[in-house]
Design a protein around this ligand. Structure first.
Ligand code: HDD
Length: 708
């Protein structure tokens, strides 16, 4: 397989600098012999203006920050590559989808949407999933999210929804949360947003890991082949590790215990060689089927159920290298849905059309001008030749006199490329219509797909979603807004609305009036969007639930091992031999004190974290080996029971071995006799099987009485 992905590594190498063994210099290359004292007039004298070393150091520091992204400010990135399984030339001429011999380098950035750069990873939010492919034909960016739909149908409303969800402008509260009046005021008036909002309220809004999220291109794009024929396409990323989430109780606690939880998880997995993988799937829709469905393919608030158009898996992405420098790579990377290559094209989705403007525009203020394309992480691996010149921070030194086209002075170069030579040609779509400022009636149904989504969830997922609404609406202050939301939920699913209303202690109103005396536009009238005419074209769509598919992969899962001096080494070794060495899960020794602890074999073992410095929510499972002395010591630690009870409540795997049975009996674990994720002297294989299922959600309704 051609190692195309080494191209980008080599390209970045032109700019990477390692300072090991090198003398310190100024930016001008002058060696420095004192970096701690400014130049002064006398020992206690004032600093001198001539001190170019001081001035340079402080000036550079003063300007280190750039504006954070207006959305998706908090993120984490990684390098990797994409491999194609199957030649797709029937549909597209893009080489990335026709050349199975080539590995295409990628850079991926995952993010939350609403919070600032320094906010916590476990905010209840949509996650960004942006992939930059450095193809031989130019950069192709797939700038998606972890949900298959978006909040709004037209880019015109993007600033409104973002202003409504961001911290309220007077007191800049709340950070990275949607639990406030301005957001619910907006979405209850812009009912198109209810669908994506429901995904955000589901477990998808609090993923266990970036490695365990799906990604979606959301919009319908086009694939165009050599013959100029077009098919519609939706892009899907399917994680090999399955789709998993944490509970809300965990999310809140993780944000306190380790706000970098997702960032750390991705970084550590890659460092340990547990490279996350996603398969790329396409839903391909023939051009003649454009009007076949009950929804409009151009409406980004709708997905195409996999039952109607199956997802064809065509390749795999692997992330195998952490960035060298967060700022240079993850912060300066600039994605753009308008970065496409020949063989891929846009549709008239009005959300996509608006995005095509926004992304370059925002980089002009974020990265300081139009030359951001020359920043190493953004530059393409093929050659760039055009007549763009100058502007801030120009790196390229263009030779010659002719910076215009056509020309003879430059020999007519750079010259044009015909389509057959790889030149980009837009798909020749026939357009025939009036210029109007309106939305198509085919975008009007705002209620059928949220209802389908809710119906497709398992009971435990529905419970989580209901609780999410109770939490978020419970934090709103204005009753009129909450009532509007309750009425809208009742148009989606009665059971959902009734459950939320009862926990809020409110009634669902019979109907809601369009706010009168205010000219807020016909689109804000929910009645326009046919709530009572919910279409039922599918009872359930299986792919919408995250109920884990059977998998045996537990790579990178974190297992807390509670031990004190005198723990049973043989028992731990047996578990580790299977789970860590064979299955690549990760064990961490947690003890009442830091430093080292002794086992039954009288050996010293390094403690990974003391009970004081860690929390159960940072782990996927708990293992307590026996050892009389160890169990006696653990029995007197209140935090040990907090660990066990939280693990119980969060439906995780817990295994007690040998004398640890005493802790089982002293804890609420003893009440869960038939629970298959609670093991007494269980086998490592049983442990791994339960861990691969992620959680035993059947346990959850029986844990309500456990207070932690
Ligand atoms: Fe956007 C960033 C995803 C609609 C305007 N968007 C941004 C990022 C992701 C998305 C993942 C972060 C990229 C990175 O990691 O740097 N955005 C989406 C998706 C959308 C969407 C999936 C709908 C399907 N976005 C959207 C609209 C607009 C924008 C309608 C404006 C009209 N988005 C931006 C932006 C950002 C951005 C302001 C902020 C930082 C950046 O672009 O580089 O231009």
């Amino acid at each position: 397989m051609a190692n195309g992905h080494k191209n980008k590594v080599g390209d970045l190498g032109k700019n990477t600098v390692a300072s090991e063994g090198k003398p310190m210099t100024t930016d001008q290359g002058v060696k420095i012999n004192d970096d701690a004292n400014s130049l002064k007039a006398g020992e206690r004298g004032a600093s001198l203006l001539e001190d170019f070393i001081l001035r340079e150091k402080i000036t550079h520091f003063d300007h280190e920050r750039i504006p954070e992204r207006i959305v998706h400010a908090r993120g984490s990135g990684a390098h990797g590559y994409f491999e194609l399984y199957e030649d797709m030339r029937k549909y597209t001429r893009a080489r990335i989808f026709t050349d199975t011999e080539n590995r295409t380098p990628v850079f991926v950035r995952f993010s939350t949407v609403a919070g600032s750069k320094g906010s916590g990873d476990l905010a209840r939010d949509i996650r960004g999933f942006a992939v930059k492919f450095y193809t031989q034909e130019g950069v192709f960016d797939l700038v998606g999210n972890n949900t298959p739909v978006f909040f709004i149908q037209d880019a015109m409303k993007f600033p409104d929804i973002i202003h409504s969800v961001k911290p309220e402008p007077d007191w800049e509260i709340p950070q990275a949360a949607s639990a406030h009046d301005t957001f619910y005021d907006f979405i209850s008036l812009a009912t198109e947003s209810l669908h994506n909002h429901m995904w955000a309220m589901s477990d998808r809004g609090i993923p266990r890991s970036y490695r365990m999220m799906e990604g979606f291109g959301i919009h319908t794009f086009r694939l165009v082949n050599e013959q100029g024929e077009s098919h519609f396409v939706k892009f899907h990323w399917k994680p090999k590790l399955g789709v998993h989430s944490v509970t809300w109780d965990e999310a809140v606690k993780i944000n306190g215990a380790d706000p970098d939880f997702h960032r750390r998880d991705l970084w550590e997995a890659i460092e340990a060689g547990h490279f996350p993988e996603w398969e790329l799937g396409l839903q391909i829709i023939p051009a003649e089927d454009e009007h076949k469905y009950e929804f409009d393919l151009l409406d980004a608030t709708k997905f195409v159920p996999e039952e109607l158009v199956p997802v064809k898996i065509i390749g795999k992405m692997t992330l195998d290298r952490n960035p060298d420098n967060f700022f240079a790579e993850t912060e300066q990377v600039a994605f753009h849905p308008g970065h496409i290559v020949p063989g891929i094209d846009f549709t008239n989705d009005p959300l996509l059309q608006g995005r095509l403007f926004s992304y370059t525009d925002t980089q002009l203020s974020r990265l300081g001008g139009p030359n951001f394309r020359e920043i190493p992480i953004n530059r393409t691996v093929n050659e760039v030749h055009n007549n763009h010149r100058d502007a801030q921070m120009r790196m390229t030194i263009n030779q010659g006199k002719a910076a215009y086209f056509p020309n003879t002075i430059g020999g007519g170069c750079p010259h044009l490329a015909k389509m057959a030579e790889g030149g980009f040609t837009s798909f020749e779509e026939r357009i025939d219509g009036k210029k109007i400022r309106d939305r198509s009636a085919s975008f009007n149904d705002h209620f059928s797909q949220p209802a389908l989504f809710f119906r497709s969830l398992t009971e435990w997922e529905q419970t989580h979603l209901i609780n999410a609404y109770v939490f978020e609406l419970g934090k709103c202050n204005r009753d009129a807004i909450k009532e509007r939301m309750l009425w809208l939920l009742s148009q989606i699913d009665d059971r959902l609305a009734t459950a939320v209303a009862s926990k809020l202690g409110m009634q669902i109103p019979m109907d809601i009036e369009r706010p009168i005396n205010q000219n807020i536009g016909a689109d804000a009238d929910p009645h326009k969007h046919e709530p009572s005419a919910v279409k039922h074209y599918l009872e359930k769509s299986e792919a919408l639930s995250q109920e884990p598919l059977p998998t045996t992969i537990i790579e990178g899962r974190k297992i807390a091992v509670l031990v004190a001096d005198g723990f049973d080494m043989a028992a731990l070794q047996k578990m580790k031999a299977y789970l860590e060495e064979l299955k690549h899960a990760n064990f961490q020794l947690i003890a009442p004190h830091g430093g080292t602890i002794r086992c039954t074999e009288n050996m010293e073992h390094r403690v990974d974290a003391s009970l004081m410095t860690t929390e159960s929510v940072l782990f996927d499972a708990l293992y307590i080996p026996g050892g009389i002395q160890s169990i006696q010591a653990l029995k007197s630690e209140g935090k040990v029971f907090k660990f066990i009870h939280e693990m119980l409540k969060h439906c995780k795997v817990i295994a007690f071995d040998g004398e640890a049975e005493e802790l089982y009996k002293l804890s609420a674990a003893k009440d869960f006799v038939h629970d298959e994720a609670i093991l007494l002297n269980g086998s490592p294989e049983h442990f791994a099987g339960a861990l691969a299922k992620h959680r035993n959600w059947q346990r959850e309704p029986h844990t309500l009485h456990i207070a932690v």
